[in-house]
Each structure stands twice: as structure tokens, then as C-alpha cells.
Design a protein around this ligand. Structure first.
Ligand code: HEM
Length: 164
């Protein structure tokens, strides 16, 4: 079948959410992408310290963000939160719980007064760190461009959900 519907895929379970399915369709985030994402998970786990370290280094250079963090939690705790979140993201499954978790993240960030521009900026650093990991595979992995596309789509989708 050429065109996909949610029934075709076990990694996507969003029967009750046609709007979000339409968002996934729009950016062509498919079952295949989620399989590629899941394949990258071990590398993300192995390099998680590095990924979150560069993420927080960039954030802590911005005084207003440093203030937001220290008035609500500690960098170490937030790093742990982000590590868990990222590793879970690379499970490569999208269901109602996935969507609800993003709604909650949006709520938390709104409550602490995190401006969307800084959320987006920090996301770009995350994307860069992940794409570097993919790029390191270029001599051994035949499908590097597809991996990079999958990662980019997943992060775009995440931003669409959190910034809505
Ligand atoms: C909370 C992820 C950007 C500060 C959270 C949570 C997650 C998360 C998963 C936990 C939400 C919950 O309790 O359910 C992310 C991701 C980001 C991002 C994926 C972008 C790539 C930022 C930035 C800041 C920030 C730029 C800078 C101030 C916080 C704070 C909390 C939080 C202070 C609440 C911590 C607490 O009260 O325990 N974030 N975040 N986040 N985030 Fe972010």
C-alpha cells in the first residue's frame, strides 16, 4: 500500500489522535524512521553524558536561563531528567503517553517562564550533537542520510508538540 494509515504500524499508536497523526504525515515521520531511531538508541545511551554536557554548557552561558534553572532545581538533576527523556525518545515508539508527556513538558516550561526562543535554541544544540553521532557512522553505515533525516524529523515533531 502506498499511503499509510496508523493501522499499518506497530511503532505508531495514535488511533484517537488524527491531528497528531496528520502532523506526522506532514513531515513524513514513518515507521521506518522510528526503526532507524531505535537502532541509534545504543549510541545515544553510550554518549548521553557528552550530549547533555554540551547542551547544558550552552544553556549556562545565558544568565537568564541559569537563573531559571537554579531557582527551580539543580543542573545535575535537570541533566538526569534530560538524559532519561532523550533515551526514552530513542525507544522509537509514539503513542498517547508520548504526546501527553510532551504536553506536560510544555506546561512545566511555561510555568517556569522559559521563552520559546531559548527552548528552540537549546533544541538546535541537541540536534547538532545527535547529528554528529550520525555523521560518525558515515564510513560504516550505508544509510547515514536516512538516519540523519529520521533524527531531524523526530526532533521537529517533538518541538511541534511542545511549542503548540
Ligand atoms: C523540566 C526537557 C529545555 C529548564 C523539563 C522536563 C523535561 C525537559 C523532560 C521534565 C518535565 C516534567 O517534570 O515532566 C527539555 C528539553 C529541552 C529543554 C527536551 C530542549 C531541548 C530547557 C531549557 C531550560 C530548561 C533551555 C532552561 C532554563 C527546565 C526546568 C525544568 C525543566 C527548570 C523543571 C525542573 C523541575 O522543576 O524539576 N525539561 N527541556 N529546559 N526544564 Fe527543560
Amino acid at each position: 500500500m502506498e499511503h499509510f494509515s496508523h493501522d499499518d504500524f506497530s511503532r505508531i499508536s495514535l488511533e484517537g489522535n488524527p491531528e497528531v497523526l496528520a502532523q506526522m504525515n506532514m513531515i513524513n515521520l514513518t515507521q521506518r524512521d522510528l526503526e532507524l531511531i531505535a537502532g541509534l538508541r545504543p549510541l545515544v545511551v553510550a554518549q548521553i553524558e557528552h550530549i547533555t554536557a554540551s547542551f547544558y554548557e550552552a544553556i549556562l552561558h545565558v544568565d537568564s536561563l541559569k537563573e531559571i534553572i537554579t531557582s527551580h532545581t539543580t543542573v545535575n538533576r535537570l541533566r538526569q531528567t534530560l538524559s532519561n527523556h532523550l533515551i526514552e525518545m530513542f525507544d522509537g515508539y509514539i503513542d498517547e503517553a508520548f504526546i501527553e508527556k510532551r504536553m506536560r513538558i510544555a506546561m512545566v516550561h511555561q510555568k517556569i517562564g522559559l521563552p520559546p526562543k531559548w527552548y528552540m535554541g537549546s533544541f538546535q544544540n541537541l540536534l547538532s550533537a545527535l547529528l554528529r553521532i550520525v555523521d560518525d557512522l558515515k564510513d560504516t553505515h550505508p544509510d547515514c542520510p536516512a538516519l540523519a533525516q529520521a533524527v531531524t524529523k523526530l526532533l521537529s515533531f517533538e518541538q511541534q508538540l511542545v511549542l503548540e
